[in-house]
Design a protein. Structure first.
Lengths: 488, 536
């Protein structure tokens, strides 16, 4: 019953409406919905073996293979963590009077719908449905970004809405061109990707290239690749912190998934494939360079992390651009690790900003003396974001370098070496400034409650497992996902 | 030199000069009837000219010989131009090309402007400067429209007689082509400007703020003024005649060898054009001087599109669907510089109606479920529900903020001036044609669909009014709906539903967001959303 993963959040999003008066009920329903969704995903993974036999569901509209499963797992897990973290975060903001009680049920309801839309993208069996799902993620998340209804947050939401919707439109144009290419090749026009990929070798390369270029730029907008990233720092900095964590850790991955799903249409001939690789490499390099240079001048902690996300997405794009089993493995594993570490960084930053009542880097000092364990974890997570041990980002960057060296992409090696170092230095500097040293400004009395702490440590635990052990089963997942991309 | 040819030319020039005041009289009469006046009799202009010739003259002592020479030069240039057009006889004594034709009027305009400066009055200087500004814009317009016609009629050279005669031979094929109509509209706008009609210039005004041509001839009196008035009326008739022989080849000497029948048909065509223009003038206000370049750019754009269609050769097939698709394209471009929100909403409805008609035509011939679905949703949502929703949202937002949507929120201080955005849209249209050509697709709809999508993007990118940006999505979406039709691919049914649902949600989200923007910054100017700008 794979479709339940998709439907449960919708059902709970609606179920929240009659209980909207009670904050406890709303939070409970949201957590229950996300957990059931995740539980169903895991249960179906155990019962049906995705790795030998991809599963379809809901009249063939859904199709789950290792690649889709890997991304859905990230989405469902992180969303559950975000909902749990939201509880403590929003209650504190409610106490401070930043938000109103009536707003909260909308937040949780939209969050569940957002989850469902993202799962739709990763479960869809059809390029059109992926498109529709990705557009729906914009529409459901835009009011989460404008949640505070301040001048700034509305501006961020407006930019996000305009830029991403425009980008998505380009992707639809690309799909139409793909359809035309199929028609010209004498095929029946259908956008089910199994069918498209099976017949892609019959389509003229010009249509494939043009279609992929449109789709890449369209979804790349959502993924935050430079120069299409303008919405990203604004949206990440103005949304409530749990939502920033979700956007950074999950939404960008979802857009990445949409591109990755389309990418195999190019793999029929070396000419088209190198066209796609070039797109990935160029956009990836631009993202890496620009984002790491912009990092240093950021004064807002959330903007800092947002630019770091742009940089991370650039590294992932570089991995796909290098290609081959190792390059793709590095990209997917990096994406997986990033999806765990980045939300953790946002969570810790959120705790700090609640304690100091500011998001300005320069006004948060001495976090370690206020909350010793979390303060040190904060620095560790930040350098993890930049690709350091003991997190999965480190291993995947090494794998990426190895892949680049093996395939002779020496320029990529150089770029990675220089700009990840800059990023690492900046993030280490900023997080140490915030964490160590004397407390200059008296922080508030806020200390995270037990559930929030459990949420943070739980996420840290998952992230560190990925970095230290790489569970065989997870490596197997990633490898089968790579196989999906290579095989087709 | 052939005596008959000379006689023919003299006859034609005399004929045109004789009927010119009549046309003017008819137009004034039509205008008077529009204003519920009885108006002067239609022969009044003859009496006026006769009266002027009988009066004495006052010539300022500061003037030089230019002042006397200018009206005569103007009159002669008009007379030569009158001999060029093939109206009564198939070929004329002066078989001139269109460059000469256009520059004959430039000579007249140059002399008049010079004379106006010569008199040294402030009005003269003002009028000349305005007239010269117009001429910069009008001449390329006229050229574009006529050269287009030459290319389109597959004429071998730029000789006006041969353009007209080849055009007349190909006429039945020409009128089926949308490019022909685009060029006709472009030439019509050019002629309105050249002959100084509303909304470019008001021939009946003597108000210093609005005069253009009248300001230049203010110093004249008596016979010289009579000459100018007469030449001016004749110039108007010649331009109407140019339009008539190019676009309504009635009474062409090709069709009828009898000059009398030609003359009667010509008179009928000119009267028709005169009445149409007089009616248009009665319902149009004069535009501000600086608004004029917009409509001029629009006209050039139309010629450019017509050229593109000619170059890429799609226009010869498609018929009604092609014409409708060009209606969609032109509405998208018109959206860029239309004046008010309500008018833009009407433009959007017109575009949607054209879309519905295209889909209907296709559904009739080769209807698949997808086309029916698109047709139904277009009619229900785009023609009825979304406009209602938008107008309600607009009214609610406007009620709250008198100061924001006062005069014209949409024009004032747009970051990209209207001529620039028009020029950009021209580039986008050319780009769409290039893409289509590169794809090797031969359908008239595809470049139009691409252009509409790109222009929709341009609206979103360049407009600074939140609601307009939201409407940009609607324009863009019309292009998207046209796209599968243009490529003649059939989209799976659920795809139709999913995309439609997404688009509707998108509009609703955009409107809700517009309200939020309004609450947050107290207006709908998205330039005020600038809190998060970073130092680059």
């Amino acid at each position: 019953m794979i479709e339940l993963t998709l439907l449960i959040p919708v059902i709970f999003a609606i179920a929240i409406v009659p209980f909207r008066r009670s904050l406890r009920a709303v939070e409970g329903l949201a957590i229950l919905g996300a957990s059931l969704s995740l539980a169903n995903l895991l249960a179906s993974a155990l019962s049906a073996n995705f790795f030998q036999h991809p599963v379809s569901g809901l009249f063939g509209f859904l199709y789950v293979d290792p690649l889709g499963f890997l991304f859905t797992l990230i989405i469902a897990t992180i969303t559950l963590f975000v909902i749990v973290y939201s509880r403590g975060y929003l209650r504190e903001e409610l106490r401070e009077g930043i938000i109103k009680r009536e707003q909260l049920w909308r937040y949780y309801s939209l969050l569940l719908l957002f989850l469902s839309c993202m799962v739709l993208v990763t479960f869809a069996s059809d390029f059109l449905l992926i498109w529709a799902g990705l557009e729906a993620t914009t529409l459901t998340s835009v009011f989460l970004i404008s949640f505070y209804n301040t001048k700034e947050s509305v501006e961020a939401a407006w930019k996000y809405f305009i830029i991403c919707s425009l980008g998505i439109t380009l992707a639809l144009v690309g799909l139409m061109i793909l359809g035309y290419g199929m028609q010209q090749a004498g095929l029946a026009v259908s956008f089910g990707f199994i069918n498209v990929l099976a017949n892609a070798h019959l389509i003229l390369p010009i249509y494939l290239k043009l279609a992929f270029a449109f789709i890449f730029v369209g979804y790349g907008t959502k993924m935050g690749l430079v120069p299409l990233h303008e919405w990203l720092p604004d949206a990440h900095s103005q949304a409530p912190t749990p939502i920033s964590a979700l956007l950074s850790g999950v939404l960008l991955s979802t857009a990445f998934y949409a591109i990755l799903r389309t990418y195999p249409i190019l793999s029929q001939s070396p000419g088209t494939l190198s066209f796609g690789s070039t797109l990935f490499l160029v956009f990836g390099a631009m993202s890496l360079i620009l984002a790491s240079l912009r990092l240093f001048s950021q004064t807002n902690y959330k903007r800092l992390l947002a630019y770091s996300s742009v940089e991370n997405m650039g590294i992932i794009a570089l991995g796909v651009g290098i290609g081959g089993p190792l390059g793709l493995f590095a990209a997917l594993f990096y994406n997986l690790s990033h999806s765990l570490v980045k939300p953790l960084a946002f969570f810790l930053g959120g705790v700090a900003s609640l304690a100091y009542r500011t998001k300005q880097i320069s006004r948060i000092r001495g976090l370690s003396s206020v909350m010793p364990a979390l303060g040190k974890l904060f620095v560790l997570t930040n350098i993890g974001v930049a690709g350091s041990i003991p997190f999965g980002t480190f291993i995947s960057e090494i794998a990426l370098l190895a892949a680049a060296l093996a395939t002779g992409h020496y320029l990529v090696v150089l770029l990675l070496a220089v700009f990840t170092t800059i990023t690492f230095g900046t993030l280490l500097l900023r997080s140490s400034q915030m964490s160590f040293g004397p407390v200059t400004q008296k922080p508030g009395k806020y200390l995270p409650d037990g559930i929030t702490r459990a949420c943070i440590w739980g996420l840290f635990f998952l992230a560190i497992i990925l970095g230290l052990l790489i569970p065989t089963v997870l490596a197997g997942f990633v490898n089968s996902a790579v196989a999906v991309l290579i095989k087709v | 030199m052939d005596f008959n040819a000379i006689l023919n030319s003299v006859l034609q020039v005399t004929f045109i000069f004789l009927i010119a005041p009549l046309i003017q009289g008819v137009m004034r009469k039509v205008k008077a009837r529009f204003q519920s006046r009885i108006g002067a009799p239609i022969y009044q202009p003859y009496i006026d000219i006769a009266k002027l010739f009988r009066k004495g003259m006052v010539i300022s002592s500061t003037t030089s010989w230019v002042f006397i020479a200018a009206p005569i030069a103007f009159f002669s240039s008009v007379a030569i131009a009158a001999a060029i057009l093939p109206i009564l006889f198939p070929s004329n004594l002066i078989a001139a090309d269109l460059v000469l034709f256009i520059y004959l009027f430039a000579i007249g305009r140059f002399m008049t402007a010079l004379a106006a400066l010569d008199a040294g009055s402030a009005f003269g200087g003002l009028g000349s400067s305005r007239e010269m500004l117009y001429s910069i814009l009008i001449e390329p317009l006229l050229f574009a429209a006529i050269v287009f016609f030459a290319a389109f009629a597959s004429s071998a050279n730029a000789n006006i007689s041969s353009i007209v005669s080849t055009g007349a031979v190909n006429w039945p094929a020409l009128i089926l082509s949308p490019a022909f109509w685009l060029a006709a509209v472009a030439l019509f706008i050019a002629i309105m400007a050249e002959t100084g009609r509303l909304p470019f210039d008001n021939p009946a005004t003597h108000l210093e703020l609005t005069m253009v041509h009248e300001a230049m001839v203010l110093e004249y009196s008596g016979p010289l003024l009579g000459i100018i008035e007469w030449a001016n009326a004749t110039k108007m008739v010649i331009f109407f005649g140019l339009f008539a022989v190019l676009f309504l080849p009635l009474g062409l000497p090709i069709i009828s060898s009898n000059p009398l029948i030609s003359a009667a048909a010509f008179l009928a065509a000119i009267l028709l054009i005169g009445v149409v223009i007089a009616s248009l003038e009665s319902i149009t206000p004069k535009w501000r001087l600086f608004e004029i370049p917009k409509i001029m750019t629009f006209s050039i754009l139309l010629s450019m599109i017509a050229f593109l269609i000619k170059i890429f050769g799609y226009a010869t097939s498609g018929g009604a669907i092609a014409i409708l698709s060009f209606v969609m394209l032109v509405t998208a471009i018109y959206f860029l510089f239309s004046a008010t929100f309500e008018r833009r909403l009407k433009i959007y409805i017109v575009q949607s109606v054209a879309l519905a008609l295209i889909l209907g035509a296709i559904a009739l011939t080769a209807g698949d479920t997808g086309t029916y679905w698109r047709l139904g949703s277009t009619i229900l949502f785009k023609i009825i529900l979304l406009p209602l929703l938008l107008i309600r949202a607009f009214n609610t937002l406007q009620k709250d903020s008198k100061n924001i949507i006062d005069v014209d929120p949409i024009f004032l201080g747009s970051p990209l001036s209207v001529p620039k955005s028009l020029a950009l849209s021209g580039v986008l249209v050319a780009l769409s044609y290039a893409i289509t050509a590169a794809l090797g697709v031969h359908t008239p709809l595809l470049p139009v669909a691409f252009s509409i999508i790109l222009i929709g993007g341009l609206i979103i990118a360049t407009k600074t009014h939140v609601l307009l940006q939201a409407m940009g999505f609607l324009i863009l979406e019309n292009g998207l709906v046209l796209l599968p039709t243009a490529l003649s691919i059939q989209i799976p049914f659920f795809g139709e539903i999913a995309t439609l649902f997404d688009v509707l949600t998108l509009v609703v989200v955009a409107l809700v967001l517009a309200f939020k923007v309004h609450d947050a910054i107290g207006g709908l100017d998205s330039r005020n959303l600038d809190q998060l700008l970073e130092e680059q």
